[in-house]
Design a protein around this ligand. Structure first.
Ligand code: XMP
Length: 528
């Protein structure tokens, strides 16, 4: 049950989102990236279904419409299309890649399979002056990824940029405010792409760049205060940045009416409980209740080695603990959650949002429904990097704001095989060495997630003069923007050597350390 009054989208942010840009998603892996890039220009941006009607767009009255790329070909039957009426609303439209092909196809041009599929960097030359390329050099590097291209512009489009193999790399319509780019301005491989998007959203669409996170925080806090009134709110803390930012905003809004619950499931990292309590109580004086539930979780996990069964049992135990504690809080009416915009999009929960690409994991499901609270989700409109910036502006410490993500089921899914107190201790010590050494090398912020995994493998070694038959630690460190794909971090050999030596010398029961060099896909970031 979501309380409309507390749902940050669209009511809370109404004042700040008057000037919005919408991205219609045609199945591009980059749709979210486009939205983030637009927001970097201080312009609010939302992602909508590709088939949203022109009528609905008229009601929403965005300042501009961006048609994303996508894997289809416009001439295929069943290819996703947009309502052609949107080109005639008088709202500026920018088609990117597939989006450009759609615009040209809908307005008299022709799209064909290119003789040479173009993928990678290309040099783009300005062919005619236009507002889109205003202030940009005559020649610039762009990133192409397409099999189709516009072969015939019809009589209403003109070419404004070209590359060696793509004669119409960017186009504009003669009568309508419709533009297209065959390349991708949103990716970092188009170094001046930000300026191109800025030209579109600021100059062509006329947005004046009012979307500021500080204003967002102020408006949201005021709104939360007003809607919550004198009721109590419960907030679960996980040690991660999202729940901390939610708690910080609520604390600013309602102070003593907020109660936070930290369930220590015995599966946290080394010293994590103390760090959360410390960071939290140093920054707020909010009511914080720590539930010590190690025993409960470990007995639920006894003898369980199958990953999904581990998750299921942890989920159940979590709901029970949280419920017991929450029911002790008199008059609690709302439950705060750190749902972010990508969660809203990926769960298909956004009004007019793109159809669900259902998120497969992972978070403990069913909590709000089980408990019967109304939900407060003040971060529903934000991307992760915005949440981090917001956290810093709310005064949260960098150590918390930049902490690597940690899965809800905690060390249980990094302790392969049986989860016992002893094996968790081994894992915890090894993990602290991995993270500690990466931090000491100044590489923590340059990696996205770094941790140790305890394998269900014993192997032979020799220590001193004695033969050992001990456990194996795998070190995992990945770099990623979105956690949907990831590559293994190219950590320096001497750092890996230090990690390995320290783990084998300092962690009893471990005689072998491996480095995981798999990317995602086909591997995942976690091992279970
Ligand atoms: P994978 O392993 O699927 O992980 O590549 C992608 C991201 O999700 C995190 N993850 C989880 N987070 N509950 C969570 O809250 C889970 O069950 C879970 N499993 C994976 C993982 O740490 C990575 O950041």
């Amino acid at each position: 049950m979501t309380s409309p009054a507390l749902d940050a989208s669209p009511t809370v942010t109404q004042d700040l989102t008057q000037q919005r840009i919408v991205v219609l998603d045609f199945g591009s892996q980059f749709a979210q990236l486009i939205a983030r890039r637009v927001r970097e220009q201080n312009v609010y941006c939302q992602i909508l279904r590709h088939d949203v009607s022109a009528e609905r767009l008229r009601e929403l009255a965005p300042r501009g419409i961006i048609l994303s790329g996508g894997p289809s070909s416009v001439y295929e039957t069943g290819a996703p299309r947009c309502d052609p009426g949107l080109f005639h609303l008088g709202i500026p439209v920018l088609g990117i890649c597939y989006g450009m092909n759609l615009a040209c196809d809908a307005l008299g041009g022709r799209v064909e399979n290119a003789t040479r599929r173009e993928y990678g960097r290309a040099q783009c030359q300005i062919a005619a002056p236009s507002e889109l390329f205003s202030g940009l050099p005559d020649s610039m590097e762009v990133w192409m990824s397409h099999g189709d291209q516009v072969s015939d512009l019809g009589d209403k489009f003109v070419t404004i940029a070209k590359t060696e193999t793509c004669p119409h790399a960017a186009v504009r319509h003669l009568d309508l405010p419709v533009y297209g780019m065959q390349f991708h301005p949103e990716v970092t491989h188009t170094p001046l792409g930000g300026q191109l998007l800025r030209n579109f959203v600021r100059d062509i669409c006329g947005c004046d760049g009012q979307w500021q996170l500080d204003d967002f925080a102020e408006v949201t806090i005021a709104r939360l205060r007003e809607s919550i009134g004198d009721k109590r709110v419960i907030c679960g803390l996980s040690g991660g940045v999202d729940s901390a930012v939610v708690a910080a905003m609520l604390y600013k809004a309602i102070g003593p009416q907020l109660s936070c619950i930290l369930v220590d499931n015995g599966l946290l990292r080394k010293d994590e409980q103390a760090a959360v309590i410390n960071e939290f109580t140093n920054h707020f004086k909010a009511d914080l209740r720590v539930v010590d539930a190690e025993e409960k979780f470990l007995s639920a996990l006894q003898g369980i080695t199958e990953p999904q069964e581990k998750r299921r049992r942890i989920g159940h135990a979590f709901i029970e603990c949280f419920k017991d504690e929450a029911l002790k809080i008199q008059g609690a009416h709302y439950l705060a959650q750190g749902t972010l915009y990508p969660d809203v999009i990926e769960s298909g929960a956004a009004v007019d949002g793109p159809a669900a690409t259902i998120k497969l994991h992972h978070n403990v499901g069913g909590l709000p429904a089980e408990l019967g609270f109304e939900l407060v989700e003040p971060l529903r409109d934000l991307f992760k990097d915005e949440v981090r910036r917001l956290g810093l502006s709310l005064g949260l410490p960098e150590s918390l704001v930049w902490r690597h993500p940690f899965p809800g089921p905690g060390l249980a899914v990094r302790c392969l095989g049986n989860v016992t107190r002893e094996r968790l201790k081994t894992l915890r010590e090894a993990d602290a060495i991995v993270v500690g050494e990466i931090k000491a090398a100044g590489l923590y912020r340059q990696t996205s997630q770094s941790f140790a995994v305890l394998l269900p493998v014993q192997s032979v070694g020799v220590m001193g003069d004695a033969r050992t038959y001990d456990e194996t630690i795998a070190v995992r460190s990945v770099n990623t923007d979105d956690f949907m794909t990831a590559d293994w971090s190219r950590l320096p050999y001497d750092l890996l050597a230090r990690i390995s030596t320290r783990i084998i010398n300092e962690v009893a029961g471990v005689n072998r350390v491996c480095y995981d060099i798999s990317s995602k896909p086909p591997a995942t970031i976690e091992w279970e």
